[in-house]
Design a protein. Sequence first.
Length: 156
Amino acid sequence: MAEWALVLFIFWLLLSGFLEPLLLSFGAVSVIIVLYVLKRMDAVDEERQETGMGFQVIRYFPWLFVQIVKSSIQVTKLIWGSSEKRSPVLEKISAQDVPIKSRVLYANSITLTPGTLSVDLEDGEVTVHALQKSSIDELKKGHMQNKITGLWGKNK
């Protein structure tokens, strides 16, 4: 808990930029309140959670960045091109094979990729809106799903 207090206080200090005693005391009080709320939430939850994603993120984010750039180019061509090439579609994509704790990452990764938007994540399915049917077909091929599953393990 002490390390969280230090991290939160440093974060608050960096955001505020003030070193006056009154404002420092406000920062310390706000950190204490946040830590108290976190402690109470842990007591109610009774289930320990991992706080980090480990080194897998170092391998995932560069791959995701490349996907975002590729999709951005595709969407730019789509918007500047003929409207006939656009075929908006709303479909459900299975996320059953994605580890339960990584499904939100999967849905957010879909949303970060231009031309697609995760609308809902429920019962192991992600409802996705896409500007083009081919984007849905690409998701169904499972490259993004396989990347997440490969880095964060099989669903348990």
